[in-house]
Design a protein around this ligand. Structure first.
Ligand SMILES: [Zn+2]
Length: 491
């Protein structure tokens, strides 16, 4: 019972930190501007039916009309299933939709560039453990629950829990695998209430109108991240605390008491040291208490983590020091992977250990630390080269992807050409332009470090060039230029 969840809300973004024993374990940031429309349900109006393309444009109140293909019509899917998956026997779209007709639709794909959103009339709303399919009396199970016996048990369990007279169906999500009856019952209850509200909103409404919006990050925190271990969810905005309390009372009454409005003097994320942890989770290098360091490198293909000892390690205690550093690294890496939300292939290069016993102990410690991560991970043993390979399921984007962009100064390479390299580039360029154009004079605009070189160590080279081309060459500092940036002006 010592987990805390901190929610920092501004009109532009929501930031969430999960703390365990006072230490930040997970960070999630959602920006209003990048919140998509997928999952939103609208009552729209059919704008045009295109029999040739077996599709229709539907007005849902966005800039561009949205696109609905016959294959995404609920009737089509249903009859397709009834005909053994062969959807050809279904009616053409012009027999099912007419211009001006109101139609309830859900967004499958966000609009992109000149393309409108893509819609479906097969509706669903997701809970924590289940997805509710109000039109379809079918029980499905996530493909990712692989155990065949477990699938049968789950299906039976859900059938028992289904309320009398329920005409819709459910899909069991991966998390449902270990859920108790009470948890499943609560999710069924939540989804049926949610759907009742959506239907009420849709009834007799004037299209186009949004009738269901996918949950905000703060709402998803309540639905997905609060557990029995969560002591409190602290929200720093009065208005949002009120809204979340209403949401919790309506759908998750057990959680309402955990919601607290944070009114401290200092900003919430500062008083819990979260800002500092965010900075650390964006850094390439992480310092360990033992003096060692971790170095994280994220490439397209994988993430590598290099473990180093700190400074001088005495010969006598060498093995022990390495062992201790690796043990500390194992814990720190597991925590950083979760904080940074790194997914895909991860390769860890622990410091070499001679003792097989030590290697086993480090690997065990690493596995134990990773077990606290709710995201699925698999870890191999040491490879022939002494590396530990692992995978971590990709979920949201990594923290760095949400908060950062490639460095403009180095175009993301992590290195810039040296000032001297740029000096010589400038000299070649002036020579090339002197041959191509007939200017009176050349002026070089460059960054301060490049200009410093031209005025001191490389002033001779500049003078030689000027003499060689028979034209004056002057240098002007542009303090706003990054090191690799320069311009040559012809006067
Ligand atoms: Zn850079």
């Amino acid at each position: 019972m010592n987990d805390e969840i901190l929610v920092n809300i501004t009109p532009q973004e929501t930031r969430v930190a999960v703390l365990s024993a006072g230490q930040v374990q997970e960070l999630v940031v959602e920006r209003e501007a990048s919140r998509g429309l997928v999952g939103n349900i609208y009552v729209g109006r059919v704008a045009r039916v295109l029999p040739g393309m077996q599709s229709a444009f539907v007005e849902i109140g966005l800039e561009r009309a949205a696109f609905l293909h016959v294959a995404d019509l609920w009737e089509h899917r249903r009859s397709g299933a009834a005909n053994g998956g062969n959807g050809n026997a279904v009616k053409p779209i012009e027999k099912m939709l007419a211009e001006g007709q109101p139609v309830t639709v859900q967004v499958l794909k966000d609009p992109l560039g000149s393309k409108g959103a893509r819609l479906s009339t097969q509706l669903s709303v997701a809970g924590r453990l289940l997805v509710y399919l109000p039109q379809d009396p079918h029980i499905g199970i996530s493909q990712r629950i692989e155990d065949e016996a477990g699938r049968t048990v789950l299906r039976e369990k859900l059938k028992q829990l289904m309320p009398e007279g329920e005409t819709g169906g459910f899909i069991l999500r991966t998390l449902a695998e270990g859920a108790s009856d009470d948890e499943l019952r609560a999710d069924i209850e939540y989804l049926r209430n949610l759907w009742r509200d959506v239907r009420e909103r849709a009834l007799g409404t004037q299209p186009p109108r949004l009738v269901y919006q996918g949950l905000s990050l703060a709402q998803r925190v309540l639905r997905d991240m609060v557990s029995a271990d969560t002591e409190a969810v602290r929200v720093d905005s009065r208005e949002n605390h009120q809204m979340l309390s209403d949401f919790a009372r309506a759908y998750m009454p057990g959680l309402a008491a955990k919601l607290q409005h944070y009114t401290g003097e200092r900003p919430l994320f500062e008083s819990y040291n979260v800002e500092q942890e965010i900075e650390k989770a964006l850094a390439r290098r992480v310092e360990l208490k033992s003096g060692g360091t971790l170095v994280f490198d994220q490439t397209e293909a994988m993430t590598t983590v290099d473990v180093n000892t700190g400074g001088f390690v005495g010969r006598r205690n060498f093995d022990e020091t390495v062992f201790k550093t690796n043990l500390e690294a194992a814990q720190a890496i597991a925590r950083q992977l979760r904080l940074r939300n790194l997914g895909g292939i991860i390769v860890v290069d622990f410091i070499d250990m001679d003792s097989a016993e030590h290697r086993t102990a480090v690997l065990e410690e690493f596995r134990r630390a990773l077990a606290r991560d709710p995201t699925r991970v698999t870890v191999s043993g040491f490879t022939a080269l002494g590396l530990v390979e692992m995978t971590r399921k990709r979920t949201r984007e990594s923290l760095a992807h949400v908060l950062c962009e490639p460095c403009q100064a180095c175009s993301g390479r992590g290195q810039v050409k040296s000032a001297r390299t740029i000096c010589y580039e400038v000299l070649r360029e002036v020579l090339r332009e002197a041959r191509a154009f007939n200017a009176r004079e050349f002026r070089v605009l460059a960054s301060p470090p490049v200009c410093d070189l031209f005025q001191e160590e490389e002033s001779g080279a500049l003078a030689m060039l000027s003499e060689f081309i028979g034209k004056p060459v002057s240098v002007q500092v542009e303090s706003g230029y990054v090191q690799e940036q320069y311009d040559i002006v012809l006067l």
